[in-house]
Design a binder for this molecule. Structure first.
Ligand SMILES: [Zn+2]
Length: 340
């Protein structure tokens, strides 16, 4: 014990002479840490003769508090010295760049959604919202997809109850019916939002993705109106005229139904994105089926309309050349910070 006293004095001297906070902290860890000499001293007390244990314990604790106090005192001195130096201008360089502030940004999906909302509201459309947990009636029945309809198998729907009366919506189309319940024709509406499908995920499939439904109901609405709206949409997204074509497509809630293809914006003669065809399958659309109008309490003899279901996730991928849909909801900052 007695031979540790001189070395303790030299430790105290080293603390008082420490030149900066980092070396002081290192010294503190070395001396007061779990592996330090004072910890060892305390640990050895039970091995001492009983009559000397009390004194040894008191001594070790005194050393501990004395050392801690010396560290705190020296730290304060160092901080004050640094502050004084900064105030006097020494060691302070006003031309050094400031600490970088990380700035957030809007998600590319949010950016595209907002642009499209601006575009469509400028054409007189209303922006609607609908529940993500939806009733079977809105999701299927009212969209002309009855219980026994084979089209129900086309979508792998997440069911929320055993009977399947409540589902996570696999498309934004139920908002069509909700829109017709709330608004009297003529009207135009879009409904962007999340949809869910029970899929094994890969580069082009994700269980959660974004769509935007569009619905226009009025007098004598025709396929020509539909084509006009789609061309305006593409011009808004890609900033120039994009050629489109309609192919017949089957969807129970439209008649006639179409697959709308857009001329590949990335190539002239075929590329990876368009699978060498120069056309990109962009969205299903068509004239609203009379049964759907009826489900929304609208008389198909008096009114007609068109509807489309735009894949927002897909559009964002096309626009930015993103090759894996899973990036979109990954929350990976390295991906997101590319869209500032
Ligand atoms: Zn192409």
């Amino acid at each position: 014990m007695s031979d540790s006293t001189p070395s303790f004095e030299s430790v105290l001297a080293a603390v008082r002479a420490a030149g900066d906070a980092a070396s002081l902290r290192a010294l503190e860890r070395e001396q007061l840490g779990k592996e330090g000499p004072i910890a060892a001293l305390l640990a050895s007390i039970p091995t001492l003769p009983p009559e000397s244990r009390k004194e040894a314990g008191q001594r070790a604790n005194r050393m501990k508090s004395e050392l801690a106090a010396a560290v705190a005192e020296r730290l304060q001195q160092l901080e004050e010295a640094q502050l004084a130096a900064e105030r006097s201008g020494a060691g302070f360089d006003a031309t050094l760049p400031a600490a970088r502030v990380e700035r957030g940004s809007l998600h590319p999906l949010t950016q595209v959604t907002r642009e499209l909302e601006d575009l469509f509201t400028s054409m007189g459309y209303t922006v609607l919202d609908g529940p993500e947990v939806e009733l079977d009636w809105y999701n299927f029945e009212a969209l002309n997809i009855p219980r026994d309809h084979p089209a129900r198998d086309m979508q792998d729907t997440f069911r929320c109850d055993p009977a399947g009366n409540v589902v996570l919506r696999p498309h934004t189309s139920p908002v069509q019916v909700r829109a017709m319940e709330r608004m009297r024709p003529p009207f135009r509406a879009i409904a962007p939002g999340k949809v869910f499908r029970q899929e094994s995920t890969d580069a082009s499939h994700e269980h959660t993705f974004h769509q935007m439904e569009g619905l226009v109901v009025g007098k004598d609405i025709s396929v020509g109106h539909l084509i006009g709206a789609m061309k305006t949409l593409l011009r808004g997204v890609f900033g120039r005229e994009i050629e489109i074509r309609l192919r017949p497509g089957y969807f129970p809630f439209v008649e006639p139904g179409f697959e709308l293809d857009a001329r590949c914006p990335f190539c002239k003669s075929g590329c990876r994105v368009c699978k060498q065809s120069t056309w990109i399958e962009l969205l299903p659309c068509g004239m609203v089926h009379p049964n759907v109008l009826r489900a929304g309490n609208i008389d198909p003899a008096e009114w007609s309309g068109f509807a489309f279901g735009l894949g927002l996730s897909r559009l964002v991928m096309l626009r930015h050349g993103i090759d894996d849909v899973r990036h979109l909801l990954s929350g990976d900052v390295r991906f997101l910070e590319q869209f500032r």
